[in-house]
Design a protein around this ligand. Sequence first.
Ligand code: A3P
Length: 345
Amino acid sequence: MLFKQQALLRQKLFVLGSLAIGSVLYLVARVGTLDRLQPICPIESRLPPPDPEQIPLRTLQFKRGLLHELRKGNATKEQIRLHNLVQQLPRAIIIGVRKGGTRALLEMLNLHPAVVKASQEIHFFDNDQNYARGIDWYRGKMPFSFPHQITIEKSPAYFITEEVPERIFKMNSSIKLLIIVREPTTRAVSDYTQVLEGKERKNKTYHKFEKLAIDTNTCEVNTKYKAVRTSIYTKHLERWLKYFPVEQFHIVDGDRLITDPLPELQLVERFLNLPSRISQYNLYFNATRGFYCLRFNIVFNKCLAGSKGRIHPDVDPSVVTKLQKFFHPFNQKFYQITGRTFNWP
Ligand code: A3P
């Protein structure tokens, strides 16, 4: 009898022991894999925004009407006071990347009733003269908005300018930062195309892209060429990460914003803690333009200016391949840091 009870006890202890060891081994393995595989800040796992009812939103039409009046300069001081309108510092900034689709992103976010955009690039943090004018000058450049709305500005030069992260941090260390990126070689060619067009407008000649992007002495990628340097996203981001944690950044896929903007915008709404208000109704594909355009309501819609969506020059395929190979390791690092992976070559 006693022997039977001892055997039963031994059996139970063995099962419990195995379970405990199994759980410990599982946890060790899991933490190890997570460390290696999980992105630092997985996009899809971010918390959904709070209950939309908690954020009071005026109707889109009301916002448009009033802001239109303000832009025309018809709004009186009385109206501004009556509606409690204020010029607010941005709570989110599109810091770059140049030619990533920064204008399209800003205009599309402005479809949201809780978002108000600063129409012009303000260049407050990257331009020493502007920065010396002080924060009230910057605030004065902001549009009027209701207190519950958030103001967004975009200045793509911020991303690559050395002094900017510290300056923005000093203004608001918890600000939300948006970075829109495109496949780095395509972005570099787009950057080149913009400069080329500027030269042509002034009847000036300009080098071919291949000549600028490849160092003729070494036949290697010319890292002194600004359009190449700007596309090394991880280098710039690492500078920003000295000031802001990775959770304060949201990476927008600029290539997907061109072909299918709504899901990208919904991710941004979530990042900004806004209820999802931009819908397919607000975006329609314009075949003549070859891009999505914006629909605010039945009467008001608009496409981006013709300077957005230029035709790129043909680039020697061997140069394209060389650039893609060059960017590859930087891209891998960028994916690792941001938790957003792209199908870039
Ligand atoms: P390309 O001119 O190379 O096509 P930015 O505003 O940062 O200068 O970016 C310009 C890029 O935005 C354009 O690059 C274009 O491809 C892209 N873009 C994205 N969505 C667009 C849209 N709906 N309309 C026009 N251009 C758009």
